[in-house]
Design a protein around this ligand. Structure first.
Ligand SMILES: C[S@@+](CC[C@H](N)C(=O)[O-])C[C@H]1O[C@@H](n2cnc3c(N)ncnc32)[C@H](O)[C@@H]1O
Length: 433
């Protein structure tokens, strides 16, 4: 077996240990440099293997249960889970079994379990792939599933789980005027370009020239809905890593982009350099900003439950305990952001969440608290947006099970909120139609 395949698999087991044992997100492990010593292809492979295993974890555990008399230590269980997922997804048995035996065999404390790993994975290789296809689509953990079923119903949540299990294609937002035809792919109804099997992103045509950036089709909508005009002064609050900042800058706005994370802002700087776009980037707290803006985009920190297709580690690493604090912070940010908008200006509030408390409820409460705030429904009626996605309070609800036949979309909530100017009567209709 090639040494590089072994390194990628060993690192995938390490990532699984971190997510399932330490409750760490994969993104945290990666930005802490956990895989930096690997070659780029191995790093990509390790991530892909860990993500595949997390998506299929419930199925892998079901199959392994039959062959295990007692629960092995976590590291060994994770090697078995990875091996099971690879075997059931068509990888050649000898390579997978040998690799897992070597990985466990080299472990200081658990090395003696390599014989058991060999025996179990051989059994899985024999009967696993066929049994795999008969198992149900993996479910979300109870702590999250319960809230989602209350919000959207059991049928919708089952459809979301199918979307999570399928994973996500690569969506691209192009710079206005850039020719993206060399990339191939399909243009989705809202205008993003979708690639089903992209390969290495940095090697794709136009990447180095900065003609486009990666951004889920749903995530591309908030900045489009803000519809900024050249020369407008726009505040992008909670901006990093900056997909939306790039869209606002590309539309010709004078963008101030603020985020509290210096680390995440490095990616925003890299993206601006690569695309040749300009923004005034500031490290800072959204709650401490001052000034007056024509338009504002608030992409508030949230549970990120809308991104599970791409981040299947999230439901395993989290338990929902920090959601209440995030919901409080979102409300504070929304209220403070409102003070930074000139009369007649507009703001897009958005979160990549599936929880109404981080979307619909925030906007409903903000509308009740501000006499000068109106939800602009007309601004949501754009090509590709299904009017059924518009919510009672006048926002837009996007879910991973929408567009199921063309590869889905991230879960998102967004609303366009207009600040009624002095010339307009403040409370004629809270929901513009
Ligand atoms: C959903 S992400 C933003 C994604 C970004 N708008 C984009 O399109 O790439 C939320 C961001 O909020 C930032 N954040 C969290 N608390 C903050 C605060 N108090 N002030 C400013 N930014 C904050 C996080 O660092 C994170 O980058």
């Amino acid at each position: 077996m090639a040494e590089s395949g072994l390194s990628a698999r060993r690192s995938a087991v390490y990532l699984l240990d971190q997510v399932l044992g330490e409750g760490r997100l994969m993104a945290e492990c990666l930005s802490a440099g956990s895989l930096d010593r690997l070659a780029p292809e191995d790093r990509a492979r390790a991530q892909r293997l860990a993500l595949q295993t997390l998506r299929g974890l419930e199925r892998a555990d079901r199959l392994l249960q039959k062959h295990l008399r007692k629960n092995p230590p976590l590291m060994v269980r994770n090697a078995l889970r990875l091996g099971t997922v690879e075997l059931c997804q068509g990888e050649a048995a000898h390579g997978v079994v040998n690799a897992m035996v070597q990985i466990v065999g080299a472990h200081k404390r658990h090395g003696q379990l390599k014989g058991m790993v060999n025996a179990v994975l051989r059994k899985i290789a024999a009967d696993g792939p066929e049994a795999w296809t008969r198992l149900r689509v993996p479910r979300l953990p109870k702590w999250l599933r319960g809230s989602l079923v209350s919000a959207w119903g059991a049928k919708a949540v089952a459809a979301m789980e199918t979307a999570h299990f399928a994973g996500a294609p690569l969506d691209i937002t192009g710079k206005p005027g850039a020719d993206l035809t060399a990339l191939g792919g399909e243009v989705v109804p809202t205008g993003s370009l979708r690639l089903a099997t992209p390969g290495q992103v940095t090697a794709l045509p136009g990447y180095a020239a900065g003609d486009w950036w990666i951004q889920d089709a749903a995530a591309a909508l908030p900045a489009s809905l803000l519809a900024v005009q050249p020369g407008e002064r726009v505040l992008d609050l909670c901006a990093a890593p900056g997909g939306k900042t790039l869209q606002l800058a590309a539309a010709g706005a004078e963008v101030v982009a603020v985020d509290s994370s210096e680390q995440r802002l490095k990616r925003l700087h890299e993206n601006l350099t690569r695309t040749g776009l300009k923004a005034d980037v500031r490290v800072g707290d959204a709650l401490k900003q001052s000034g007056r803006y024509d338009a504002l985009l608030l992409d508030a920190p949230c549970s990120a439950t809308g991104t599970i297709r791409r981040h299947p580690d999230l439901p395993h690493a989290k338990d929902g305990s920090e959601f209440a604090a995030l919901i409080g912070l979102q409300a504070e940010m929304l209220a403070h952001a409102w003070t930074l908008l000139r009369p007649g200006g507009r703001m897009v509030f958005c979160t990549c969440s599936l929880l109404p408390d981080e979307g619909e409820v925030q906007v409903e409460e903000a509308l009740a608290a501000h006499d000068d705030m109106q939800a602009d429904r007309a601004a949501l009626l754009r090509p590709g947006i299904d009017p059924n996605w518009i919510t009672d309070e006048g926002g837009l609800r996007l879910r991973p099970d929408y567009w199921s036949s063309r590869g889905g979309m991230d879960g998102f909530y967004m609303a366009v909120l207009r600040k009624v100017g002095s010339a307009q009567s403040p409370r004629i209709d809270k929901k513009l139609s």
